[in-house]
Write a protein that binds this ligand. Structure first.
Ligand SMILES: Nc1ncnc2c1ncn2[C@@H]1O[C@H](COP(=O)(O)OP(=O)(O)O)[C@@H](O)[C@H]1O
Ligand SMILES: N[C@@H](CCOP(=O)(O)O)C(=O)O
Length: 325
């Protein structure tokens, strides 16, 4: 469960008086997510007809100074037809607030559910939504370095150090070996763009096979564009434990992305390496959290080894295995 900061309902009701949002009717902490505290708010709505909002309090990895980048990005994408939530301004035009001692924002609520076992049709729709996002991001002037790039992976690996082997014997050596491989093989000249960088199924809202919203842009940054497809591939085309690869989903993801954007020959050739990078990135953040999250914390730690299994798969795959011929 991810509600790190408990906010009394009276405080949320008082917070809402800054907005044309009506009075609070209910506030429920949202269990999903690991980074921030999220509440689903129901209000009377400005016109009394009822309205839903997301209230997010920023914790952990989100730097307050990055919030204007995320706000401008979602404005840009929304204006170009992407189904992304907008940050809501209060009556004075302010979108970033303080609540319970944390930076906080009121955010548009989008309908839809996150699938846990995506079908190929849903995976295709996610691939198309990512391609549309990349198209819509063209011309966005904002830039944000990726804190979880290769240098960031090395940093996390140093911080985990010998503790890796508490997760699995031999993991420290495997990570060192993989970092060396990626240092030697990471592609230098692929097109860069703003990327979502965390387009897991829990960050895609769907109704049936239709995408109704893309959420959680708090890792979005400027990086290799096809790396975003690799991250999405790692999240959508395996069983949760990483033990089973679903080729039909992978083919569908590639087809959906191709329909909306597509890969260059160089991006396709580099795809297995990009997938290895994606797998290592999530292995590392999960391992760091595994080691550093107290066992009694309110948040459920995610299994790093599910990404080690993906990494092992990617290390033996070629582009045709991963995307279809
Ligand atoms: N704009 C939104 N509309 C509808 N539901 C949302 C919205 N933003 C977040 N949620 C819900 O809150 C959950 C956690 O949000 P998320 O941004 O993924 O949190 P975290 O950054 O902590 O991982 C999501 O899985 C979803 O259920
Ligand atoms: N997707 C990451 C964790 C980040 O969680 P999110 O709830 O913000 O998507 C992982 O699975 O390791």
């Amino acid at each position: 469960m991810a509600v790190y900061t408990q906010v009394p309902a009276e405080e949320i009701d008082a917070f809402l008086t800054r907005y044309d949002a009506g009075r609070l009717v209910s506030a429920k902490g949202i269990a999903e997510g690991v980074e921030n505290s999220n509440y689903l708010l129901e209000t009377t709505g400005a016109d009394g007809s009822g309205h839903r909002y997301i209230l997010t309090l920023y914790e952990k990895r989100v730097d307050e100074a990055d919030l204007p980048f995320f706000m401008d990005l979602l404005d840009h994408l929304g204006a170009r037809g992407c189904l992304v939530p907008r940050f809501i301004a209060d009556r004075s035009g302010q979108r970033l607030q303080q609540l319970a001692g944390r930076p906080a924002c009121l955010i548009e609520f989008l309908t839809g559910i996150s699938v846990t076992e995506p079908t190929p049709a849903q995976t295709r729709a996610a691939g198309a939504a990512l391609g549309e996002l990349h198209r819509a991001a063209e011309g966005f002037a904002g830039k944000r370095p990726n804190a979880l790039d290769k240098a960031g992976w090395h940093d996390l690996a140093r911080k985990c150090g010998a503790d890796f082997d508490q997760i699995a014997p031999g993991l420290a050596a495997r990570v060192t070996e993989e970092l060396a491989y990626l240092d030697a093989h990471w592609p230098a000249d692929l097109p860069r763009s703003v990327i979502h960088a965390d387009l897991f199924p829990d960050n895609v809202l769907m109704l049936g096979d239709r995408v109704t919203g893309l959420i959680d842009f708090y890792f979005s940054c400027t990086d290799v564009r096809a790396y975003d497809l690799a991250i999405t591939h790692s999240a959508w085309t395996f069983s949760h434990d990483g033990a089973t690869f679903f080729g039909d989903r992978a083919k569908a993801l590639g087809a959906g992305y191709a329909q909306a954007h597509g890969l260059t020959d160089a991006e396709r050739a580099a795809f297995p390496v990009l997938c290895r990078g994606a797998a290592l990135r999530f292995l590392l953040t999960r391992a760091y959290d595994w080691i550093n999250t107290p066992a009694d914390a309110l948040v459920t730690r995610k299994d790093p080894l599910a990404y080690l299994r993906r990494l092992d798969f990617y290390a033996n795959a070629d582009a045709a295995d991963l995307l279809g011929a």
